[in-house]
Ligand binder design. Structure first.
Ligand SMILES: Nc1nc2c(c(=O)[nH]1)N[C@@H](CN(C=O)c1ccc(C(=O)N[C@@H](CCC(=O)O)C(=O)O)cc1)CN2
Length: 290
């Protein structure tokens, strides 16, 4: 049976470390790091995710504002709020929860966030820096996946075949790039790829982010492979499940992440880490002072 990688446990440890760093700032009576999350509309899953972010900030002592806007907010109104946050010297991180309502252009909104406060790592400047392996904010889910691989000793991926199912800007493309940056040989599969199973069966590391409940079956997976499941779906019984058929794939995989308690909690932990990174850059905190 596969070893289960609980992102929830790793995230707990990350948050413990961040809390200690913030406590130190508090004791020194320094300004505290601050994250502002903006949610437009009342998409139920998004409401739950932004509440999760608020709770996580509270747990580690990070300052946090949650700006809730009606779904009827215009693009200009949202841009105005982003401009105010960009110039607010007390704000270190800005996150606009996705997806946005259909009348808004996601690119216009994400491009408006100051790259130095873009703790989601979605701004083209930060995406470009990631591609060039320059220091920057790495987007949270891909960064969390790499951290999970590191936790099981997979730091240098030389000689490993990594296959990514899904090519979204939030997960598929950036995680493929980060795996490449760690020397893996990377293949991306998507809805137009033919005979996906023959490709996934070769993967030493399989990352799945397609949004289809239990799509990946046992016979898609190479024995001993590391399977990272990014999907969050509801099945016919309204039970939360991933894109991987966990019960059956765990019988062949070497490692597997569960849903829930896998990648999701890592996304939030990495967001907090990025916000503290932004604070430290803005306050010119050196490595020794941390
Ligand atoms: N601006 C952004 N928008 C979105 C992002 C993002 O990184 N930035 N990612 C996703 C949603 N997401 C964070 O925002 C997120 C998804 C899931 C979880 C999580 O902890 N999930 C739990 C299960 C939750 C449940 O019960 O439904 C788990 O997997 O254990 C955290 C964050 C899209 N939008």
């Amino acid at each position: 049976m596969a070893n289960v990688i609980y992102g929830s446990d790793i995230a707990k440890q990350v948050k413990k470390d961040l809390r200690l760093r913030i406590m130190k700032l508090k004791n020194e009576q320094k300004r505290l790091p601050k994250l502002v999350v903006v949610l437009v509309g009342e998409h139920p899953a998004s409401v739950s995710y932004v509440k999760g972010k608020e709770k996580a900030c509270h747990e580690i002592g990070m300052e946090n504002d949650l700006i809730l806007l009606p779904a009827t907010t215009s693009e200009d109104e949202l841009l105005q709020i982003i401009h105010q946050l960009n110039t607010d010297t007390k704000v270190d991180g800005i996150l606009v929860q996705l997806p946005l309502p259909a009348h808004m252009d996601e690119h216009v909104i994400l491009h408006a966030i100051d790259p130095k406060k873009d703790v989601d790592g979605f701004h083209p400047v930060n995406v470009g820096k990631m591609l060039l392996q320059e220091p920057t904010f790495l987007s949270c889910t891909p960064k969390g996946i790499i951290r999970m691989l590191e936790e099981i000793g997979m730091t240098d991926l030389s000689g490993k075949q990594a296959v990514v199912l899904g090519r979204s800007n939030i997960v598929g493309k950036p995680v493929a790039q980060l795996l490449l940056n760690h020397n893996a040989t990377v293949t991306i599969c998507h809805s137009k790829t033919e005979d996906i199973k023959s490709i996934t069966k070769r993967a030493d590391i399989l990352v799945v982010s397609v949004g289809k409940a239990r799509l990946v079956k046992r016979d898609w997976v190479k024995p001993g492979a590391v399977v990272i499941d990014v999907g969050i779906n509801r099945d016919d019984q309204n039970k939360l499940c991933g894109d991987v058929d966990f019960a059956n794939v765990s019988e062949v995989a070497g490692y597997i992440t569960p849903v829930p308690k896998g990648v999701g909690p890592m996304t939030i932990a990495m967001l907090l880490e990025n916000t503290l990174q932004s604070y430290e850059q803005r306050e010119h905190v050196s490595w020794d002072e941390r």
